[in-house]
Every structure is written in C-alpha cells, then in structure tokens.
Ligand binder design. Structure first.
Ligand SMILES: NC(=O)c1ccc[n+]([C@@H]2O[C@H](COP(=O)([O-])OP(=O)(O)OC[C@H]3O[C@@H](n4cnc5c(N)ncnc54)[C@H](OP(=O)(O)O)[C@@H]3O)[C@@H](O)[C@H]2O)c1
Length: 301
C-alpha cells in the first residue's frame, strides 16, 4: 500500500492516477475527505488525518510500505504554515514511516536550503535533512515552480478585467515545470529501486519571466490586453499590514517579492540524461491542453 499525503492536491491527484493505472494500491491522506471527492467512489482509499497531529496518522499507516509526501503548508486551506506542515508535519510522517518500516518519497523544491530567503524553502530543507538521517529508505524529488499553478493564478486574476495581475516587475526569469512531468518523475521514483538515496531535481524546458508567461497566456486565451503590475513597494506594505492578521497571505506576498528579485532559473539536463524517457512538456503544450480542456468542458454545459 502506498500512502500519499497531499494525494488530494494538484500533483498528488496526478500521482494517484498514475499509480492506479499501474494497478498499485493507493491510500490518500487528507484533512477532509470531501477534498478527495474528485476521485471516483471506490477508485481510491481515502483516510482522514492531519500531519500536524501525529495521533491521526496511525490508521493511515496500516499496511503501508511506501509513504509519499506531496503536501505543503504554504496555501490558504486551514491554519497551516511551512513550519507546521513542511517541517514538523513531514518529520512526523517520516517517524511514522520509520515505525512502519516504510520507504519515503519526499516532494521538495529546487533551491531548498538552510539560508533561502523564502521560509517554505528553509522548511523543506529541514525535512530533507531529517529524512536523510531517519534510517528509512528515501528518495527526494525537488521541482521548480508548477507552470499550471501559476497559469491558473494569472488567469483567475484576469477574470474580470481581462488583464492578469503580476506581483512586482515580472521581468525575473523563473523555471516553470509542468506538474504532469513532475508526477511522471515521482512515479518513476516509486517503481525504480535505483532512485533510492537520490535527490532528483526536475525543471521545465524554459526559464520565463512572469511577463512572458502572462503574454503567452493572453495569446492562448485570445485576449489582447497587457498584464497589470503591483509595484514592489505596495507589496512590501501589504505584507507588513497583513502579517499579524493573515500570516499565510503575508508569507505568499513576501515570497512573490523574492521570486521577482533573486535567481530562479534552472536547467534540468542532469535528470533527462539519467532518465531520457521522462516527458518534457512545453509551455505551448500546457496552454494548448488547457484550452482543449476548457473547450470540452464548455461543450458539455
Ligand atoms: N506548486 C508548486 O509550484 C510546487 C513547486 C515545487 C514543489 N512543490 C511541492 O509539490 C507538492 C505538491 O504541491 P501542489 O501545489 O500540488 O499542492 P496543492 O495542490 O496545493 O495541495 C496541497 C496538499 O497538501 C495537503 N496538506 C496540507 N496541509 C496538510 C496537513 N496538515 N495534513 C495533511 N495534508 C495536508 C492538502 O491536503 P488536504 O487539503 O486534502 O488536507 C493538499 O493535498 C508539495 O510538496 C509542494 O511543496 C510544489
């Protein structure tokens, strides 16, 4: 049995589907089973639990031989944080895996380090180090930014005005990877014993600025308006004001400023030399697939 913490999420859902297609037994750990309602009834086993509370992990671990951590505490759902989920939650999950003699595949981020300016990256680094020293057989998969997540966010902000919103100048090149390519790598890590003890880094074929990403989205959506920018000074002010009342949102804004500022480029040559059969999805393919999906949804309405 493979337990996937974060199996209800964007990446986790694709991992679950790939493993099910292989006929492997999968269990999704979620804080609320309604968040796993997109799986067909009976298609996947769902268990409620929260990595912030170790007592809730017992039932999830029964019969488990492999644990996948595809979760994070950087989002808006619940009172989570990178410290409570990515650091402490991962450590709890790893302890549970060790107790069950299970191996662990941990999702992390390209650039995770003890000194990174973004808290999430520092917390992922702690989890990586904890896993390496845990005694459990392990594989770490580090990914760059998920293209689909950022495209959806730009598209949502364009919903009323037709103009996507970019935080900062949007000129800094960033590596974006398709989440489906990341799911293919996690699947490979789960079935290929040669990946044990490896830290695998995946990125997409291009480094693009947010200005370029938004322009590509506009072209694909047949919109002509240009993006709007929120200046860094306003972002800093917003982050400071929101910090005591909405720490998650303040954290996301501070991260956006950092993404606008420091080097986020990446070249994934090493990984593709090692696994040449892994897919490399281009931005054009992501956008084309996206518009096909929304057209077929519209046709069904
Ligand atoms: N998004 C990116 O650009 C990016 C880039 C590099 C690496 N990653 C990593 O890839 C993985 C997947 O990211 P994603 O964007 O696909 O995630 P996502 O769609 O935002 O989903 C987040 C998942 O985390 C789970 N989660 C959050 N708090 C939890 C808790 N306290 N206990 C148990 N589960 C909890 C959620 O489960 P429920 O809500 O169902 O409880 C949900 O399934 C994460 O490890 C992330 O750090 C993401």
């Amino acid at each position: 049995m493979i337990l996937i913490a974060g199996g209800s999420g964007r990446l986790g859902t694709l991992i679950v589907r790939r493993l099910e297609a292989r006929g492997l037994a999968v269990r999704v750990l979620t804080r609320d089973r309604r968040r796993a309602a997109h799986f067909e009834p009976g298609q996947v086993e769902v268990v409620e639990g929260d990595v912030r509370d170790g007592r809730t992990l017992g039932a999830a671990m029964v019969g488990v031989s492999t644990v996948v951590s595809a979760m994070h505490g950087f989002g808006d759902v619940g009172h989570v944080s990178p410290a409570s989920v990515d650091r402490d939650g991962n450590c709890r999950l790893i302890d549970a895996a060790v107790a069950a003699n299970a191996r662990v595949v941990l999702m992390s981020i390209v650039g995770a380090s003890a000194t990174h300016p973004i808290e999430l990256f520092r917390m992922k680094h702690v989890a990586e180090e904890y896993l390496r020293g845990s005694g459990a057989p392990w594989t770490i998969v580090r990914a760059t930014a998920f293209a689909e997540f950022w495209i959806d966010l730009l598209d949502q902000t364009a919903a009323t005005s037709g103009r996507p919103v970019i935080f900062g100048r949007g000129a800094n090149p960033i590596n974006f990877v398709s989440v489906s390519d990341v799911a293919a790598l996690v699947e490979r890590a789960l079935v290929d014993p040669s990946t044990r003890g490896a830290t695998l880094e995946i990125g997409g074929p291009q480094n693009l600025s947010f200005n370029e990403l938004a322009a590509a989205l506009q072209r694909a959506s047949k919109r002509t308006a240009t993006a709007r920018h929120v200046p860094r000074t306003i972002l800093r002010l917003l982050a400071a004001v929101l910090r005591p009342v909405q720490p998650n949102r303040a954290r996301q804004i501070r991260a956006a400023i950092t993404m606008d500022t420091i080097d986020f480029t990446f070249v994934a040559t090493d990984l593709h030399r090692r696994f040449p059969e892994l897919p490399v999805t281009s931005l054009a393919d992501i956008l084309a697939h996206r518009s096909l999906t929304s057209e077929s949804c519209a046709a069904r309405l």
